[in-house]
Design a protein around this ligand. Structure first.
Ligand code: ZN
Length: 240
């Protein structure tokens, strides 16, 4: 298969003008490491967007999502296209209904249920037994393989089902599985990446934060607290 990207990014036309008004360091570079200046384009058959106006992300996020959607569609050809919920508003900033989703690096993605079905039209809370565990595992693997997952938030009941699948069906060793699914309540250093953790109100979708180690470093350089703890408060999701 050709690695030619199927989709092209749509840069925000006025990006260069807007960048001028952002805080700049003495060396003239923008101190904000992320900028929600790229819109996830429509891609029939690969994914559905909940609302294109809330589908703006940082460049690496949009690229990663396209890569993930392509891979999942290839591995699960009969499954529904991914349902992409909120990312960010154009340019970022507070997104009504969310504590996060303000930096263009958070993405809500539907859970596979039944036999490869996505919640087309809106997220619905699922019970663990309603999950299509294998398809969700493939989606998680595709996300992790981008190397950009900071964390994935999910309901603990769902985590338990996925954890058991990783151990018993995939055959991963306990140490790997514990690294992937840290025990509930465990404190993690902020440099820890690629983990799947519990958060309230996440029985209907994955909340994925995508960063890279380079971007983590830039945030540190900028002297900002990079990541507020998203598990501190419940996130109000679509429709609320
Ligand atoms: Zn979210």
């Amino acid at each position: 298969m050709s690695r030619e990207p199927v989709l092209k990014l749509i840069p925000l036309a006025a990006l260069s003008l807007l960048t001028l008004s952002l805080p700049a360091r003495a060396d003239g570079t923008d101190k904000r490491p992320f900028y929600a200046g790229y819109q996830l384009p429509a891609a029939d058959g690969l994914y559905e967007r909940w609302d294109p106006r809330r589908s703006w992300g940082a460049e690496h996020v949009i690229e990663a999502l396209q890569e993930v959607a392509n891979r999942v569609a290839f591995l699960l050809p009969v499954a529904d296209p991914l349902f992409i919920g909120d990312i960010s508003a154009r340019g970022g900033g507070r997104l009504p209904g969310h504590r996060t989703h303000h930096l263009g690096i958070d993405v809500d993605i539907g859970l596979f249920m039944g036999q490869g079905q996505q919640p087309l039209g809106g997220f619905v809370d699922l019970l663990p037994y309603e999950l299509d565990v294998r398809s969700n595992w493939i989606l998680i693997t595709a996300l992790l393989d981008t190397g950009q997952v900071k964390f994935i938030l999910l309901d603990q009941g769902h985590i338990q089902v996925l954890r058991r699948y990783a151990l018993e069906e995939v055959g991963l060793d306990l140490e790997t599985v514990d690294g992937l699914f840290p025990p509930p309540g465990s404190r993690l250093g902020w440099r820890r990446r690629g983990v799947i953790r519990h958060a309230p109100n996440h029985a209907s979708h994955f909340h994925v934060r995508l960063t890279s180690t380079q971007l983590d470093d830039r945030y540190t350089e900028a002297g900002e607290d990079p990541y507020e703890d998203p598990t501190e408060g419940a996130e109000i999701e679509l429709g609320d």
